[in-house]
Ligand binder design. Sequence first.
Ligand code: GLV
Ligand code: MG
Length: 348
Amino acid sequence: MKLPSNFYKPLAIGAPEPYRELPIRLERMIHFFPGHNEKVRARVGEMIPKVDVLLGNLEDAIPADAKEAARQGFIETAKAHDFGETGLWTRVNPLNSPWFLDDVTEIVGAVGDKLDVLMLPKVEGPWDIYFTDQLLAQLEAKHGVKKPILIHAILETAQGVKNVEEIAAASPRMHGMSLGPADLAASRGMKTTRVGGGHPYYGVLEDPKEDGSARAYAQQDLWHYTVAKMVDACLSNNIKPFYGPFGDIQDLDACRQQFRNAFLMGCAGAWSLHPNQIAIAKEVFSPEPDEVIFAKKILDAMPDGSGVAMIDGKMQDDATWKQAKVIYDLAEKVAARDPDLAEAYGIK
Ligand code: GLV
Ligand code: MG
């Protein structure tokens, strides 16, 4: 086991010091773009102020004969724009693919100082993080990169879910992780053909009625267990959990519901695969104004975070104060980026 005193040391001479705390950033949606598609690339400039994170996808959904064009397109895009407060991420190909090494070496060499986060797919265990961590440190040192590039793992294999706690704790370079429901379904042998969301056959049927009338049926959430496991692994290591993709682009209501469950359970954001999912993620992963105003009442009623108070007939104590603080801290981050919500929250 690595000595605790070595955990925060750079893994290569000349690599930047690892962060001790994650940089504070609003990451409600990670918006995917395919780097080889020139039409999409041409719109990146107008997308930057509309999203919290832009991610150049190099992995699944990019055809094998377009992998290099996607990588070069990402590099050109990264060079061409100032991203300001918007995060710049890439999803590279997996460690066992013929493209991973060139993805990482070429991107860090060309735009290492602009890249915030490298999303690593199909992570099976902490060994995948150790390898990527060491490689990134070597490349950062070689190219004089000034700030550490973070790693975001996709949780999308049965083995990855089994090892989720070790993955979350593997390195100070860990930014967080996303549920990858499509690959995870296949890896687990689930009998579905969807990218995230529910399934009409996965549910609970009410007991038979004495009068023989119809029994109520309620669909259940296929992802509840995995999201809960991921949230605990991430938050206990001070990193961030995310819902991943929701593939039914037309079904905005189901997308909103799935994202909302993830938000309530502790997730910081979700992927957007289509522009119409950006607004949903923004709405869902920003706290509701009523909740923020109520949270502020709790914080004001118990300025030192202890004691007991009654607000609108509900008992408040140290624990509800902490919940209020989670909501209000997030509201402050959202308000700094969104003047309309700042006003609705009453935050100047
Ligand atoms: C995402 O990569 C997924 O497999 O769902
Ligand atoms: Mg996947």
